[in-house]
Design a protein. Sequence first.
Length: 178
Amino acid sequence: MDTDTMLKENGADMIKMQELIRTLNEASNAYYNEDREKMSDFEYDKLYDALCLLEQETGVQMSDSPTMKVGYTVLSGLQKVNHDKRMLSLDKTKDVLKLKSFLGEQEGLLSWKLDGLTIVLKYKDGKLLQAVTRGNGEIGEDVTHNGLFFKYVPHKICFQGELTIRGEAVIAYADFKE
C-alpha cells in the first residue's frame, strides 16, 4: 500500500496520531529540558498508551514519535558520554511473558517500579570512575561530581577489574518533602 492510499484510509487516525505526538513531545520537552510539568504522569501515560494503540492498529510509527525514543535530549553543558551499550527502557507492562522476552537469556533482577534518575556507575579495580545518566539511551551526561555524594553509592568496592552497574537513583518521599 502506498503512502497516499494509507493516508486516505487512515486519515483521521493519522491526524490523531500527529496530535498525540506533538502533545507528548511538548510535554517531554517541558519536563526534561525546561524543568516544568505540562501534565501529570497519569495524563501523559494515558496519551502515550493511546498513541501506542494507534501505532499498532495502523502499522505506522512516525520518526518523531515518543515511542521511538528513550529518555531525553541532552542539552546541558555537562560532558557527554557515549554508552558502551544502549540504555533501553522497558515498556510498562504487567505481562510476565513480556518481561521474560525482554530478558531473553540474560539474568535480571526485577523490583517495584521506582521513578528516579537512571544511572550507570563504572568501577575499575574497586574505585568509582564515572557516573553517567541515561540521556537519550546512546549518549548520557557525566555526573560523577554528583554521584560521589549519592548516599548509597560506594566510592570503593572489593572488586578487581572493570565493573559497570546500571540502576535507578531514587529519592525517598520523606527526603523529597524535606
